[in-house]
Design a binder for this molecule. Sequence first.
Ligand SMILES: NC(=O)c1ccc[n+]([C@@H]2O[C@H](COP(=O)([O-])OP(=O)(O)OC[C@H]3O[C@@H](n4cnc5c(N)ncnc54)[C@H](OP(=O)(O)O)[C@@H]3O)[C@@H](O)[C@H]2O)c1
Length: 281
Amino acid sequence: MLGTPGQLGGDLLDEGMRQGLEMVGRTQWECDITDGAAVERAIAEVRPHAVINGAAWTQVDAAEEHEADAEAVNATGAGLVAAACASAGIRCCHVSTDYVFDGTATAPILEDAAASPRSAYGRTKWHGEVAVRERCPDHLIVRTSWLYGRQGPNFVLTMLRLAAERPEIQVVADQHGAPTWTGHLAPALLRLLEVGPPGTYHLTNSGVTTWYDFAVAIISARGLPAEVVPITTAEYPLPAARPAYSVLDNRAWRELGELPLPEWQEGLRSYLASLEAAGPI
Ligand SMILES: NC(=O)c1ccc[n+]([C@@H]2O[C@H](COP(=O)([O-])OP(=O)(O)OC[C@H]3O[C@@H](n4cnc5c(N)ncnc54)[C@H](OP(=O)(O)O)[C@@H]3O)[C@@H](O)[C@H]2O)c1
């Protein structure tokens, strides 16, 4: 597992341990994916059956000014990992994002829909997908969306913090997507590694919401007094454009005979319960 202890990387390792799998994580300092020799060394040392690449430049807004840095990790680095997997004859599972789409869809987006990223981050992640497809025939590209896990930072933790600090929080209400809890994604991804033929998959919690409705659900689940006020994307300008609609149809996953991941509300409930059970981070 590359990209520990990131949100997904950390929770994937925990899930692997829970399942009794022998999983090994590598942090950026132990294995920088922009260094092809380091990736090859890590694979030679661990001799894994497969590599999951959760390592990424994920600062969506900072990527606008630092696209070359984001490209080095999300595209070049992803390609180096894929090439090292191909040389070692092992499977490469690469994690990607709904931000490869432009947001103009009006119905859940299929795996083979044309990508058309609108942000630097989205572009670099798309280039990473292209590199992985080219360089490792036995690849799984897993796109997910609106991810949150124990490690953070993420939207849920941010809303909980803001609600403790402010009486009112403004949240955009015109972007639609599927918040996805790493606790639901991790077991699905490990299952996909076992049963999925090479290809591109969407793995997200089911259902659709907006950031505003998601925020309302978070605040009310905790019984916090803060008022959530809906605003438009135009009223909250950020450096990187976000897709207005990026719900991913998980069809390829369902076609394997697998059950859809739980609804996003269930993901949120389970996440909040897991935070309470774990205590302060
Ligand atoms: N977060 C979301 O909402 C979201 C949505 C859709 C898809 N995704 C995708 O899901 C994957 C996991 O995201 P996440 O939220 O878990 O990200 P994250 O918490 O930011 O974790 C990314 C990890 O990658 C590491 N990393 C960065 N540069 C690296 C390098 N050159 N070599 C090795 N490791 C490096 C980071 O290390 P440091 O902490 O030391 O920098 C961090 O541990 C990513 O591919 C992301 O694009 C995320």
